[in-house]
Design a protein around this ligand. Structure first.
Ligand SMILES: [Cu+2]
Length: 735
């Protein structure tokens, strides 16, 4: 339960709460440094077996220093330093340069580059490989020469610093006045303090968040340098300096999937090879003779590619997946977006070739225009009394912030033209759900058109006045037509999902408690500080050029699975108190949460254990079941998008906005989801987990794998155990 005292709470209560927060922060810090383990805290009586922080005075926000419960109280509200909503422009994403692969030095190699370098004494000294990817055949890039990298994109994870190289990839007139090269200090608002290099860790250490643009058939190397401090204690109290980068729902080999145990150390890099192929690449349309499966050629035409065009993907993101530390690292800034372009979803609204859907984007470039195609990253944050980013790992049910941000800016505004825009909205929160409505100046709900869910365009667009409850890591692509408004009009995106729990007196990280109406959210008595308006649109002018975009009645129909046999069904039950079966402190993490597979007991997380191993080239049906404790769990299955066959036993319960393809499946309290997935093209070890990352980091994560095709695979695959001096391997065990 994240608790925030009201802003008018008494000074004494605020002082006690701040002291409790500082005491808790000290324990969080010790844990994050690895100086104490959760087992140690358990022994000290500071941690209950169920994982909750023991109610000792000065630690829990529920308990006063004298041992008296002070009821619905807790952390002091984040200071806003007098900053008002909608007083800063929203920065568009910072687009990372796409360089020719020849710029990569050293040149990428199929197997991990084991060139030795000196290792910092704080990391044990000696020497170790420059690339942190596990060595050898098993972790070589699969089919590397067939998908020879063409484009090189690189970034360094680092502490907060000023951005002098901002590139929004659009004119300043379309970015609320901010042009390329605008100097951006790392602040959540110009009136808030600069974030210190230990408080915020982002790609290149800068804000706004980064965007990588890719297109089908053009393999890309993302070289991720770890520029974080070698000293594990230099983390501002939370965040781990080892990282593993997951391209969320990337369809590629496991060596590029950001496996939770394949993390790398400060001073190292990791080459992620993202071939960007349509699912079915090796088994469907393999001669590439269907123009619908295609990619822009750079000069107005199309190049056909293998695979099933019904599996075309669009809006991805990538983020840290470090075992047990994902929530802290993503919250601290390890989150970026990845737009994939295709013949269908080209990012050009004027090319009329019978394939291009001509969604709102722009026309200047052949593909990948972002003039009217806007990435939005939503996240709730929390600050300490100095205005530095704050995190509390003891919120096992979920961590909720009290300050709403878009693109890491506190409640910004965006100037828009009178025309259609596409917004690629990502829920990048730790535990918060959003339900989004669009309000006009009078507070009345306005129509929006949802065109995509997760990475995938829907079979048909859906007009709505409010979105579904958007789970963590889900993406909703929404088109808003501002041509029906007048110059000078102001509209707002409004969060309707209220996490406040009045009976328990705090914010509930388990699920949204109440879905508010627009009028309740705007005019009601709200206890959740992140409810209400969070982004202002200012209708600034008529379009500079006529809007040529459209939203066709048919987008991407689902792939036809009728001829593909189902070879297996599996059931995964998501619940509490996973039983730990391994005492290995490296690969295993104790419960609070857990997952039971095929009728087995609920188990804690252990990435040395294989919980499912579907056969390469097959299709299965998986049942994801919430054990009914009153929580929602947004479950992400890596590797390939699936289709939802039933919610709570029936297809009738699947809303229109979920009838396309998905990669995150919200279970809802007591709910279940039945889905079907295929396992093709690539192999290796993947994950399935709750994307409430507090649940994920506390044992709601398992490893599954496809281990009989795609590479030089052993069965089962050896588990990597990274060290700064090199990666060793352990034999896994099968459930
Ligand atoms: Cu969960």
């Amino acid at each position: 339960m994240s608790i925030y005292l009201p802003r008018n709470a008494s000074k004494a209560r605020l002082r006690d709460a701040e002291r409790a927060r500082q005491n808790r922060a000290e324990i969080v810090r010790e844990l994050s440094w690895g100086r104490v383990s959760r087992r140690d805290l358990l022994k000290l009586g500071l941690f209950s077996a169920a994982g909750a922080l023991a109610p000792k005075g000065g630690l829990s926000p529920f308990v006063s220093m004298s041992g008296q419960v002070f009821g619905p109280t807790g952390a002091p509200p984040s200071p806003l330093f007098g900053c008002q909503p909608f007083t800063q422009p929203m920065p568009r994403f910072d687009v990372l340069p796409r360089q020719p692969i020849a710029c990569a030095d050293p040149f990428p190699t199929a197997m991990a580059n084991q060139t030795q370098m000196t290792v910092d004494p704080l990391l044990g000294g000696g020497t170790g490989p420059i690339e942190g990817r596990p060595p050898g055949d098993v972790w070589a890039h699969q089919r590397f020469s067939e998908h020879a990298p063409a484009v090189f994109v690189t970034a360094t994870q680092g502490g907060a610093t000023t951005n002098y190289q901002y590139d929004p990839a659009c004119p300043s007139s379309l970015n609320s006045g901010m042009g390329a090269g605008t100097t951006l200090p790392c602040k959540f608002h110009p009136g808030m303090p600069v974030q210190s290099a230990t408080s915020v860790w982002t790609f290149n250490g800068t804000i706004p968040p980064k965007l990588v643009q890719a297109k089908y058939g053009e393999p890309l190397i993302f070289r991720h340098y770890n520029g974080l401090p070698a000293d594990v204690t230099q983390n501002g109290g939370f965040g781990r300096h080892t990282i593993s980068t997951h391209e969320h729902n990337g369809h590629h080999g496991a060596e590029n999937d950001g496996f939770t145990g394949a993390y790398f150390f400060p001073g190292q890099f990791y080459d992620y090879h993202w071939p960007v192929v349509l699912a079915g690449h090796y088994s469907f349309n393999s001669q590439a003779d269907d123009i619908m499966a295609s990619t822009p050629d750079g000069s107005g035409g199309l190049i056909k590619v293998p695979g099933d065009w019904h599996e075309t993907m669009s809006t991805h993101w990538f983020h840290d997946h470090m075992f047990s530390f994902t929530a802290q690292n993503v919250y601290k800034g390890n989150a970026a977006m990845f737009n994939i372009y295709s013949g269908l979803d080209r990012g050009n609204e004027s090319i009329n070739d019978g394939v291009n859907l001509r969604l709102p984007s722009g026309s200047t470039k052949d593909w990948g225009n972002v003039d009217y195609d806007v990435n939005l990253m939503l996240a709730d944050k929390c600050f300490d009394s100095n205005g530095q980013l704050f995190f509390d790992i003891f919120q096992f049910n979920g961590f909720l912030g009290d300050v709403m941000t878009v693109n890491l800016a506190f409640k910004p505004y965006m100037e828009v033209e009178r025309r259609k825009y596409r917004f690629r909205i990502l829920n990048a929160a730790v535990s918060r759900f959003f339900k989004i409505g669009l309000a006009n100046a009078g507070g009345f709900s306005q129509p929006m058109t949802q065109i995509a869910n997760d990475g995938n365009l829907l079979p048909r667009p859906v007009t709505l006045f409010e979105t579904d409850e958007m789970g963590i890591a889900e993406r909703y692509d929404i088109v808003i037509d501002f041509s029906t408004y007048q110059i000078g009009d102001r509209l707002h995106l409004v969060n309707l999902a209220d996490h406040s729990n009045v009976t328990q007196g705090g914010l509930d990280g388990q699920k949204p408690v109440t879905d508010l109406t627009m009028s309740q959210a705007l005019f009601g008595q709200n206890h959740d500080p992140c409810v209400g308006r969070f982004l202002e649109f200012r209708v600034a002018r008529n379009p500079a050029v006529p809007d040529q975009s459209q939203v066709p009645d048919v987008l991407i129909p689902n792939p036809d699975l009728s001829q593909i046999p189902v070879v297996n069904e599996r059931t995964f039950v998501f619940g509490k108190d996973g039983i730990q079966t391994s005492g290995d402190p490296v690969t295993a993490g104790p419960g609070h949460w857990g997952i039971g597979t095929n009728g087995g007991i609920q188990l804690g997380a252990d990435y040395n254990r294989i919980s499912a191993a579907p056969r390469f080239g097959t299709r299965e049906i998986w049942h994801l079941v919430n054990d009914g404790g009153g929580w929602d769990h947004p479950i992400h299955i890596h590797f390939e998008e699936g289709q939802i066959l039933a919610r709570d036993g029936s297809f009738n319960n699947v809303p229109n906005t979920e009838r396309g393809r998905k990669d995150v499946y919200r279970l809802k309290p007591k709910g279940s989801v039945t889905l079907t997935m295929q396992f093709r093209d690539w192999g290796g070890m993947y994950m399935e987990h709750c994307h409430n990352t507090m649940h994920e980091d506390n044992a709601m994560l398992l490893r599954w794998e496809i281990d009989d095709a795609g590479g030089a695979f052993l069965q089962p695959l050896p588990t990597p155990i990274p060290t700064p001096q090199g990666v060793r391997f352990e034999d896994p065990y099968l459930l």
